[in-house]
Design a protein around this ligand. Structure first.
Ligand code: UD1
Length: 440
C-alpha cells in the first residue's frame, strides 16, 4: 500500500528514543547464514522492507526463514539452489551479498546484477575482482553474474577502487574466503563497523579471521562453519538521523541503544556547529540542539570519515544554519538528487561540480516533496519537522527500506507526523463518458 508521511513543522523534540539494529549489518549477516547448515538466529533485527526482502531471497535459496519481534531465524534446509532472481535482487543492492556465501559454501552462484537506491553509478567490479582473485570463474551474462568456485584458493587481494574500498564488496569476498582453502589477505578492506560486525559473526561461526575493522583482513580458510545465535548491533545512521532531528528542532533527546564509538566523526563535526553531546552510560547519548546552528563544510569519506549515508540529513540541517556551508560527497559524487526537493521547501542550495553550496535560509516552507532515495527521504522528513506549515513526503517506500517505524519514534519525541494512505489520483481517462468510474 503506498503511503505518504505528513509532517506539521514546529514541534521541539524531547524525550528518549531507542535506536534499532543496523540495516547494513543485518543484511550481510543474514546472507552469511548460508555458509552453515542449520538454524541461524539473529536478534535486534530492524523491521524493514529490505530485511523482509532478504528473507524472501533466502527462502528461494533453500532456507526456511521467519521474522517476528525483531528475531530472524534462517534455517538452511536445502543447499542445492544457487540462483537469486532479478525480480528480488534488483530491488536491493545488499542482496548481492548472497553471492559470496553461495560461492563459499555451494561453490556455485547465479545472482542478478543488483539494484537499490539511485545514488549514481554503482558498479560491482570490485566484488568480481575479489572472486576472480580467489580463483572463481565469473561471467556476467544477460544481467546475471554466474560464478563457480571449485578451484578456489586463498589469495592476496587488493580490493580498493577509484572511489576507495567497497563495504559490501569486502563482505562478499570475506564470506567466500572463510570456506576457501588456504590463506586470503584482503588489502584495502572497508573498515566500516558493519564489516566488523560480520567478522564477529563469522568468527563465532568458526571462521579464522584477523584484522576486523582494519584495512587488512587475513582469513585462513576452514572446512565448515556452524550456525550461530547473535545480535545485530545498533544502527549508527538511524542514530545520526535522530541526532539531526534533535538538533534542528532545538530539542533535548536521549538516544538509547547506540554505539557512541561508531558515531565518532559525526559527533566531532556536529559539536563544532553548536550541537551538544553527553554520553550517558555505555549505550546512551544525550543530544541538545542550539538556538542557532552554524554553517559548516562537510566531506563524506569511507569510515572512520563522515558517512555518505548522513549527507542528505546533514544537508537538511545546514539549509537552516547561519552562513554558507559546502558539502562534498567523496563516496557517491552524484548523490545530490535531493537538492531540488529541499529547494522546493525554500532551501537555497546549488551544485557546483561535485560540491553543494548551501546558503542558510531564514525558514523552510512545508509543501509536497518526494524522496529520491532512502536517506534523502529521511532528510525531507527532518526538513518537515522545522518547516512552516505542512510537508507531505511521498515515496515513503524508500524510507521504509531503512527506518523502523520512523513516524512512531518521532511522534514519541513530540513530533507532529502521520502516515497516511495514498489514495490514487483519478484521471479523466479513468471515467466513462457518462462520468462513471471504469471497472479496474
Ligand atoms: C554500502 C551501504 C550503503 C552506503 C555505502 C557507502 C550496505 C547494504 N549499503 O553500500 O548504505 O551508502 O556502503 O558507505 O551496506 N564501488 C566501485 N566498485 C565496486 C563497488 C563499489 O567502484 O565494485 C564504488 C561505489 O560506486 C562507491 C564506492 O565504491 O562510489 C563505495 O561503494 P560501496 O562501499 O561498495 O557501497 P555499498 O557496499 O554498495
Amino acid at each position: 500500500m503506498p503511503y505518504k508521511l505528513v509532517v506539521q513543522g514546529g514541534a521541539e523534540l524531547n524525550g528518549r528514543v531507542t535506536i534499532s539494529g543496523a540495516k547494513n549489518a543485518a543484511l550481510p549477516m543474514m546472507a552469511a547464514a548460508i555458509l552453515a547448515k542449520g538454524r541461524t538466529v539473529l536478534r535486534n533485527v530492524p523491521d524493514l522492507s529490505d530485511v523482509r526482502l532478504m528473507c524472501e531471497i533466502l527462502d528461494g535459496l533453500g532456507c526456511e526463514t521467519s521474522f517476528e519481534n525483531g528475531v530472524v531465524i534462517i534455517d538452511v534446509v536445502d543447499e542445492t539452489p544457487v540462483a537469486a532472481p532479478y525480480e528480488l535482487v534488483s530491488e536491493m543492492r545488499a542482496s548481492f551479498c548472497v553471492l559470496g556465501s553461495l560461492l563459499g559454501r555451494r561453490k556455485r552462484a547465479e545472482v542478478a546484477m543488483p539494484g537499490g537506491c539511485v545514488l549514481g553509478v554503482r558498479p560491482v567490479d570490485l566484488h568480481i575482482k575479489g572472486f576472480k582473485a580467489l580463483g572463481a570463474e565469473v561471467e556476467v551474462d544477460a544481467g546475471n553474474v554466474r560464478a563457480s568456485g571449485d578451484k578456489m584458493r586463498g589469495a592476496h587481494i587488493f580490493l580498493g577502487g577509484s572511489m576507495g574500498p567497497s563495504v559490501t564488496g569486502t563482505c562478499n569476498v570475506l564470506t567466500a574466503a572463510t570456506l576457501t582453502p588456504g590463506v586470503t589477505i584482503i588489502e584495502e578492506a572497508a573498515c566500516e563497523p558493519e564489516v566488523q560486525h560480520l567478522v564477529d559473526m563469522l568468527i563465532a561461526m568458526g571462521a579464522k579471521i584477523q584484522g576486523g575493522g582494519t584495512p587488512r583482513l587475513v582469513v585462513e580458510g576452514v572446512k565448515a562453519l556452524k550456525a550461530v545465535d547473535c545480535d545485530v548491533p545498533p544502527d549508527r545512521i538511524e542514530a545520526g538521523t535522530f541526532i539531526v532531528a534533535a538538533a534542528m528542532t532545538r530539542g533535548d533527546v536521549v538516544l538509547d541503544n547506540v554505539c557512541v564509538e561508531h558515531l565518532g566523526c559525526v559527533i566531532d563535526r556536529f559539536s563544532k556547529i553548536g550541537i551538544e553531546f553527553e554520553r550517558e552510560g555505555q549505550t546512551s547519548l544525550r543530544v541538545r540542539g542550539p538556538e542557532q546552528l552554524e554553517a559548516m563544510d562537510l566531506t563524506t569519506l569511507p569510515y572512520p570519515g563522515f558517512p555518505t549515508d548522513m549527507q542528505a540529513q546533514s544537508m537538511a540541517m545546514l539549509s537552516m544554519a547561519k552562513g554558507i556551508s559546502f558539502v562534498c560527497d567523496k563516496v557517491y559524487p552524484d548523490r545530490f538528487m535531493h537538492i531540488p526537493e529541499f529547494n522546493r521547501m525554500g532551501a537555497n542550495i546549488r551544485k557546483e561540480g561535485n560540491i553543494a553550496i548551501i546558503h542558510g535560509a531564514d525558514y523552510l516552507s512545508g509543501c509536497p516533496v518526494k524522496a529520491t532515495d532512502l536517506r534523502a527521504g529521511a532528510g525531507l522528513v527532518l526538513a518537515g519537522l522545522v518547516a512552516r506549515g505542512k510537508t507531505e513526503v511521498l515515496a515513503v517506500n524508500y524510507i521504509d527500506r531503512g527506518y523502523d517505524r520512523i513516524e512512531e519514534k518521532l511522534k514519541g519525541l513530540g513530533a507532529n507526523i502521520e502516515r497516511v494512505e495514498l489514495i490514487p489520483r483519478r484521471r479523466r481517462t479513468d471515467f466513462t463518458p457518462s462520468g462513471r468510474l471504469k471497472a479496474a
